[in-house]
Each structure stands twice: as structure tokens, then as C-alpha cells.
Design a binder for this molecule. Sequence first.
Ligand SMILES: C[S@@+](CC[C@H](N)C(=O)[O-])C[C@H]1O[C@@H](n2cnc3c(N)ncnc32)[C@H](O)[C@@H]1O
Length: 292
Amino acid sequence: MAEARPTLGMLHAEARARLAQAGIEDAALDARLLVEHFTKSSRTDALVRPELEIAAPSVSALDEALARRILGMPVHRIMGQREFYGLTLGLSDETLEPRPDTEILVDLVLGEARQEGGEDRPYRILDLGTGSGAIAIALLSALPSACAIGADISEDALATARRNADMNGVGGRFVGLRSDWFSEIEGRFDFIVSNPPYIREHDWKSLSREVRDFDPRKALVGGVDGLDAYRAIAQGCHGHLATGGRVAVEIGYDQKEAVTRVFKACAFRRATAAKDLAGHNRALIFHAEKTP
Ligand SMILES: C[S@@+](CC[C@H](N)C(=O)[O-])C[C@H]1O[C@@H](n2cnc3c(N)ncnc32)[C@H](O)[C@@H]1O
């Protein structure tokens, strides 16, 4: 007689128990995300169809995923994707997992765009250090006439950003470009946006193991004082801003004044600052002192 297949309800219960037993901090949440992903089921399915039988390949994929989580791999790395600004973005070895904090930067830029001339204007956007394409793709999704260049030093990240742009229906308005900050950039932009690497060398060691082991170092570390990328961006922006153009950057929780000094030294003034949900300064907008 064929062995009965495990049900969705059983898999949820077992996954929760395995992760909790292994001391995983957010065991219930991680278990739910992994079960839903590997059984292609929804939250509603778990509630209304717990008796749903799950086929063997999904059960073994889930089993392997739980083993990885127990060994320390972050849940979104295991799934190979993460939600950002309501979009699903694929991840790869050299992409940072997009973080909710970065949504603050997207909100800030969209606020300026809406105030400025409305959502329908053909904004030209440059996303420096685009990674998975998170910021550029979120902006393109909300600004239907905009186009964006997503630049990155990593070919792997650019390939992933390309796939993500296509997957989210904005591929025709997104161009990926390998560039060391501004080295290959031509043209002028209404918005230059960036979430650059901003962790100080010294602080790398104190990041959680999940971040150190699975997020790429070059996506996170910004030199001895964490400000190297801001210097490169502030210096390069002037030749690439359209009249009235703005620069929007994400910052570390304690970098508001230091980053403002970097931009001030390059003749920019801070126009806006936004805090994250924890109350930390997280995103800044700069205007050029003189219009080009
Ligand atoms: C903090 S991650 C941000 C990724 C993505 N924009 C996000 O917000 O999730 C920084 C990105 O900068 C890229 N990067 C690092 N050094 C760079 C350089 N010299 N020129 C261009 N991009 C660089 C990294 O590869 C990485 O994708």
C-alpha cells in the first residue's frame, strides 16, 4: 500500500517544531515562509486546507531548506527571493538582500517626484550600486514614464537586477550597466539614488553571522569610516544631475551629519531627511547649491 502523503498542516507543525528545537529565533515565521515557498501554498491554504496532501519532491525540498536554515542560512537566501516594496525580487551570490529600511529611501524619492511634477513625468533615474535592482525597480513600478540605469560593480548583481526588472514588468525601462560608481556613466539624471556600502571596516566583525556569512562584503563595507562610497558619489554627481536634479542616499543610523559634511564639501545642501521605523535617520536628499 502506498504511504500516505504528509499534509500541509503536518508540514507546518513539523517545520515550526524543528526550527524552534534548533533555537532559531523567529522559528514560527521562518517555518511559515519556507513551507509556503516550497509547497507553493498560501497563508490561506494553511488555514482553510490543512488536509491538503503535499507531493514528495516538495516535501524533500522543504526538508533540505529546513536543514539549511538550521545551519544558519537566512530564510530569504534559502528561498532565493525577497519581497521589497510589494515586489518579489530574486537574489544571487553577489546581491544584498534588500532591506525594509531601504523602502524609506524609495518613499522619500517618490514623495519628491509626486510633489515636483507628478508620477507621470519621464524622470531619468540613476541607481548607483543597484544590487538586486531593488530601488530602481520599485521607483519604475511607481513612476510609469520613468526610466532608470542601474549601475553596479558586480556582473552577478547586474544579471539578477536584469531578471528582476523583467519579472516585475519594468524591463523595457531598465538598463543595467557595469560601472565603478560614475566611471561608465554618461548623461544627466533627475534623481541619482544610492544605498551604498556604509559599514565601517571595524564594525564588520560585529555584524550577525547571518549577515557576514551570506551578504556580500563588498555590498556592505564602505572603508575605514564607512564614507568612501559617499565621497565617490558626491564628487561624481555634479556632472550628471539635470537642472533641479536631486541626490538621494540611504545612510547608516549615525551617519546623518558625516554624510551631510561629505556632500556639503562638494557644494550640495541637505534638503530632506527621513527616519526609519526605529527612529533612526535613514535617508537624505541633497540639492546642488548651484543648478548646472
Ligand atoms: C548596500 S548594497 C545595495 C544594493 C541595493 N541597491 C539595495 O538597496 O538593496 C551596495 C551595492 O553597491 C555595489 N558596489 C560596491 N562597490 C561599488 C562600486 N565601486 N561601484 C558600483 N557599485 C558598487 C555592491 O555590489 C552592492 O550591490
